[in-house]
Design a protein around this ligand. Structure first.
Ligand SMILES: [Zn+2]
Length: 227
């Protein structure tokens, strides 16, 4: 009897968590750009003190990565054109430390902020930090780190949201929290709601079983003391 109740509970849990695992990636938009090539401006002038000139190369590699298909989750093949024009479609810049400069939450290493016209991107600002404080010591991001970060943020600029697959570049390793846009939040809300339902049902289940036990105990006590 008790075992079957747990089986039902686990089944309900699996059923609720299914949509989160079945679709491993979210989309901000599957076709965010209405033109090609997508122009990119990389700001190498207004750079922070700890900027490394090798970072630009990492962005170039990241752009190539997506042009070659990236993580395979795009419904189109992007073509980029790096231009010397700040009004480009995608503006990429570096800052010293997000927490310090922009007051971002801890763990956020970069962000991509799109502005929309309907479901199309008008412009995307990408901000990458060059390092982070771990305790009181400054840790500068290496090129490999920067490359991963650039790939991840560019993925957002191409319409991809986050992936639940840890091996995917869109898995939120670098920015645990997103200052991305409210669309992503509205997509994660159903999961939050589902998890809440599961937690509430566990609490309800335990409350009920506690009451049943209490009632039984009272019955037994009554029996015992009557005799
Ligand atoms: Zn992200």
């Amino acid at each position: 009897m008790r075992i079957s109740k747990y089986v039902i509970l686990i089944a309900v849990l699996i059923l609720f968590l299914q949509p989160a695992t079945a679709q491993d990636i979210e989309y901000i938009s599957t076709q965010p750009w209405d033109h090609s090539p997508i122009t990119v401006f990389i700001d190498e002038v207004n750079v922070p003190e700890r900027y490394s000139p090798t970072y630009k190369e990492q962005v170039d590699i990241a752009l190539e990565y997506w042009e070659r298909g990236g993580n395979g989750k795009l419904f189109y093949t992007p073509v980029f054109e790096v231009v010397d024009d700040p009004d480009a479609d995608i503006y990429i810049r570096w800052i010293e430390n997000l927490e310090e400069v922009e007051g971002a939450d801890e763990g956020v290493a970069g962000y991509a902020a799109p502005t929309f016209v309907g479901d199309k991107f008008l412009h995307v600002d990408i901000v990458l930090e060059v390092g982070n404080y771990q305790g009181f010591s400054w840790v500068q991001y290496g090129d490999a780190n920067m490359q991963e970060l650039a790939k991840h943020e560019l993925g957002h600029a191409l319409g991809l949201g986050h992936s639940s697959d840890q091996s995917d570049i869109m898995f939120p390793t670098y920015e645990q929290r997103d200052n991305l846009n409210p669309i992503l939040l509205s997509r994660t809300l159903p999961y939050i709601a589902a998890i809440s339902v599961v937690i509430i049902s566990i609490i309800v289940y335990h409350t009920i079983s506690w009451r049943v036990m209490k009632k039984r105990r009272e019955e037994i006590e009554e029996e015992v003391f009557k005799r």
